[in-house]
Design a protein around this ligand. Sequence first.
Ligand SMILES: Cc1ncc(COP(=O)(O)O)c(C=O)c1O
Length: 409
Amino acid sequence: MTTDQTQYLSMAARPAGLDGPIYLDHNATTPVDPRVLEAMLPYLRTHFGNPSSDHPFASSPRAAVAQARVQVGALIGARAEEITFMGSGSEADATAIRGVVTAVLTTGVQRPHLITQATEHPAVLAACQYAERFHGAEVTVLAVGRDGLLDPDVLASAIRPTTVLVSVMHANNETGVIQPIRDLAAIAHAHGALFHTDAAQSVGKIPVDVTDLGVDLLTLVGHKMYAPKGIAALFIRAGTAVAPLIGGGGQEHGRRAGTENVPYLVALGAAAAIAASELAMGASDRLSDLRDGLEQQLVAHLPGRVHLNGNRNHRLPQTLNVSIDGVAGHAILAACVEVAASTGSACHAGIHSASPVLLAMGLPPERGISALRLTLGRWNTREDIVRAAGALARAVRAASPIPPMPPTG
Ligand SMILES: Cc1ncc(COP(=O)(O)O)c(C=O)c1O
């Protein structure tokens, strides 16, 4: 099937919510695919039963939960029983990290050592800090290179006999940089440590297989793959000891108590099945073509001023993070009503500072302030890209230059 046919298939089910500015912020969240919505609605309208009940109202929800678990597992090459549904990516990250540390502490280990890296999502960094503060863990945060990649040798030299877990994200949410997970996981295992990867941004966008990657724990998130917000899953390889964060009714094989959110679980299962078929039809190539076209057009409109952030060759297919010399990202977007996207900066009380991810890569603050994160999705077209590049370039010309930055140090 050609990429044009893939585009046609996706265009057949465009969510109504996409009317408005050109949406280039899919790493923040994706619209719900109308096919996903259709799949979940019967479990809101009709099949309301509690899957744990012992009467006929339970049977349809119970079967739907079982099917969703199979669908999510199939997308990442896992067995259904290795999938634990969670309420968010943040919860899945916290369960992986704090759950492993708690389980290890029950075996008598005193000061478990965790390793992570500097460009992780705050959910991972916060879980490590929690383990440090409340579980007596020691935490090492590794530096990345200027291209955002973690060098496996850096991990190898940081690992200790007491290291129990290494957590390194698969793909970065700001730059799309894809870490060498297979090599990193092999190093962790050679030293007896478990390996967790936060794959919130990669699952559904590129092929992800837990056996190929060699990971013990993997986080995936519904609202990055055309399911609603508030649903996620943690892959826990069979035999991996992870203490639950929430106890109670014994749902999710005792790994996460709470009555199942059946419609959302169904949604995640449907989103996983659709992602698998779109990937098989060449969705990644279609998006990387569009992404590269967007970059080329920005370069053509603004010669010499556009700089890519993150490794060019190890990137998500639909993520473009560029800095445009001399203009703040937030000023560009404020002047560009035609495009909805993100910047490479954070704003607190009206003051913009470069994002911790770009700073951790060693980029100067000016480069972070002038960054734009343009992330494409299932319904973006070539026409969107042409219009967005033109509108962004006009906004760059209209925006005021960045005032001089205070010296760092
Ligand atoms: C890489 C990564 N991990 C974790 C999360 C957190 O997911 P959630 O918003 O579902 O808690 C996100 C969401 O932005 C993410 O991009």
